[in-house]
Write a protein that binds this ligand. Sequence first.
Ligand code: SAM
Length: 213
Amino acid sequence: MRDSYKENLEQYLQGLVPERPSELQKMEAYADKYHFPIIGPACGQACYLMARLTQARTVFELGSGYGYSTAWFARAVRENGGGKVHHVVWDEELSQMAREHLQVLGYQDLVHFHLGEAVEALRQADGPFDLIFNDIEKTAYPDSLAVIEEKLRPGGVLILDNMLYGGYVWVPTEQGEATEAVRRTTEMLTTSPNWVTSLLPIRDGLLVAYKTG
Ligand SMILES: C[S@@+](CC[C@H](N)C(=O)[O-])C[C@H]1O[C@@H](n2cnc3c(N)ncnc32)[C@H](O)[C@@H]1O
């Protein structure tokens, strides 16, 4: 019952997302075929919406894969009047794939590519940023927060993916390193006076946090 509810919900939410350009659909098909963990259309649409709502012109992504989530932010930044989306991944092949996809989509002028460790790239980048999106390995989430908080502008928005972590977060006996890291990150953000947060249960959970000061 629960599984079919979840599957139906995902399909329903995905069905509400307007048709995407064929290159984006190709990226979705590649993720399906090779089980690559992209955020998918429903989270992509939510990220696009956040970036439009906040009129973000400078976006920094940590853990960008082959550029699927980047494409959603790039579209928003273009419609907001132009700016930069920072794409960071440590896999050379994925970085190259991202360059090709984003070129076909016509976003190459909006994207700055970094090859390397994402938190370090953010530390080295000139901020502040309007929006930061975090999708790196989950065990690195808690330590990434200090750098993110430093580089996000007051009133900026942080989005983190996989914050439901497949539902393990609410299973007390599940104490894997990644699950614990997701729980700790959630606690740090939801109990800090510096953030206003909401966990959106789309796909694997998007935590959206507004930096208050
Ligand atoms: C979940 S995938 C990204 C999917 C992408 N956000 C999307 O939706 O299209 C995470 C990617 O970031 C890479 N990665 C994970 N931790 C990283 C880190 N600390 N620095 C750089 N890349 C990282 C992984 O190897 C993987 O390619």
